[in-house]
Design a protein around this ligand. Structure first.
Ligand code: XUL
Ligand code: CO
Length: 447
């Protein structure tokens, strides 16, 4: 195994540990609500931010993150001269990282792992070779692929969109990338396939036929479903909503919009959603909103667990470090009984965090933050006070009139009659502050 990180194997040392290279809350095999913690928290490391990515560059500054595995070594010059050798070295580094961290899943885009070459054929050839290498690594380590996806946004050919491009030629190129990734995910036994509509949106309505573009996106998804059925592939499809960035308006704006799109085009049964909290806040919602919304409609498949910065207000992909946020998210996951996907760290260290060891601090810190969130949410779930208060709040709906309306058997006239008979409704307190106090009693029991 390579040794690019000066880090030990990370182990659980309990809440009193002060060693940032240990877990204080994440104890993989500890049982929580009848399941080992690692099943509630199927963590995954993403290839793009951790191994490649922008190297810390931002619109105002160049790369700051010099990674040793990207550099030429005396005895191994070939790594830089040969893009395939460099690609393999990055994969070695990823598996070293996963093994030391004790994370059992990873995610990648096609272009993260293999050189794109000079043609589609060359790219497909490289991906096939890299696929063999990834499979070998998976078999050696027991690590699994949580999901794969195709990058349909970096290359200039996609500047006007991929599935929604006005030029059918570009659409077909995107289709080829999707097909190739479907084959590769199947080969790697990945459990999910993510579709993030990178540039599926518009910059100005003046040059955009938005109905045609949405129809085309649906056509692509229908073809992907047909190909999946024809081949007998099992990876579940996930759509990842985002409201804007890179375009001014992205069609998969948020969970409700994405679900409406799937419903409109008859695709609901073939997809669930991969929700990224920083995308949710970018849409103007609280970070757990889309997770709760997707879950309410049985559409929450996976989470890209990062967070935003309330002051920057952009897609900054921070590592989650706020227990109130992770407890709220894990509360939803507990209520739906778990996630078929997992918790993928679509998060990047800051450009000032220049040392490879910072990748460990970041992942360990967020794994612990989610583990503590899970513990808190499980305790609240078992205590049941908030659940009882919620049931109480909607109690009238289980009485005669409420039931009749819910069953679709009531008429507008009957409702009006009911209102007249009952007179002016009383003002019933929503008790927001009490809910918050009870949540805080659980989150911070000694404060
Ligand atoms: C972009 C984003 C992507 C998707 C996969 O904001 O979240 O990395 O998760 O393409
Ligand atoms: Co994401």
């Amino acid at each position: 195994m390579t040794d690019f990180f000066n880090a030990p194997k990370i182990v659980y040392q309990g809440p009193h540990s002060q060693d940032p290279l240990s877990f204080r809350h994440y104890n993989a095999n500890e049982m929580i609500l009848g399941k080992p913690m690692k099943e509630w928290l199927k963590f995954s490391v993403c290839f793009w931010h951790t191994l490649v990515g922008g190297g810390g560059s931002d619109p105002f500054g160049d790369k700051t993150l010099q990674r040793p595995w990207e550099e030429e070594e005396e005895e191994d010059d070939a790594a830089l001269l040969d893009p395939l050798a460099l690609a393999k070295r990055r994969i070695d580094v990823l598996f070293e990282f996963l093994t030391k961290l004790g994370v059992e899943y990873y995610t990648f885009h096609d272009i993260d792992v293999a050189p794109t070459g000079n043609s589609l054929e060359e790219f497909q050839h490289n991906l096939a070779m890299i696929g063999d290498y990834l499979l070998e690594k998976q078999q050696q380590t027991g690590v699994q692929l949580l999901w794969g996806t195709q990058n349909l946004f970096t290359n200039p050919r996609y500047m006007n969109g991929a599935m929604t491009n006005p030029d059918v030629h570009v659409f077909c190129y995107a289709a080829a990338q999707i097909q190739t990734m479907m084959d590769l995910i199947h080969k790697l036994k990945g459990s999910h396939h993510v579709f993030w509509g990178g540039r599926e949106g518009y910059q100005t309505l003046l040059n955009t036929d938005l109905k045609k573009e949405c129809d085309h996106m649906a056509a692509m998804y229908r073809m992907a479903v047909a190909y999946k059925q024809k081949k007998g592939y099992t990876a579940k499809f996930l759509l990842e909503p985002k409201p804007r960035e890179p375009t001014k308006h992205q069609y998969d704006y948020d969970a409700q919009t994405a679900m409406a799109f799937l419903h409109e085009y008859g695709l609901s049964e073939h997809f669930q959603l991969n929700i990224e909290p920083n995308h949710t806040t970018l849409a103007g919602h609280s970070s757990e909103h889309d997770i709760a919304m997707a879950s309410a409609y049985n559409m929450l498949g996976s989470i890209d667990c990062n967070t935003g910065d309330p002051i920057l207000g952009w897609d900054v992909d921070l590592f989650p470090m706020n227990v109130q946020e992770t407890a709220a998210i894990m509360g939803v996951v507990i209520r739906q009984g778990g996630l078929s996907g997992g918790l993928n760290f679509d998060a990047k260290v800051r450009r000032e965090s220049v040392d490879p060891i910072d990748l460990f601090y970041a992942h360990i810190g967020s794994m612990d933050c989610y583990a503590l969130g899970l513990r808190k949410a499980a305790a609240m779930h078992e205590q049941g006070v908030l659940r009882q208060m919620l049931q109480q709040r909607y109690l009238t709906w289980s009485e005669d009139m409420g039931q009749k309306i819910e069953d679709g058997e009531a008429t507008l006239e009957e409702c009006a009659e009911y209102a007249k008979k009952k007179g002016e409704p009383a003002l019933i307190s929503g008790r927001q502050e009490l809910y918050e106090v009870i949540r805080n009693q659980n989150l911070y029991p000694t404060n």
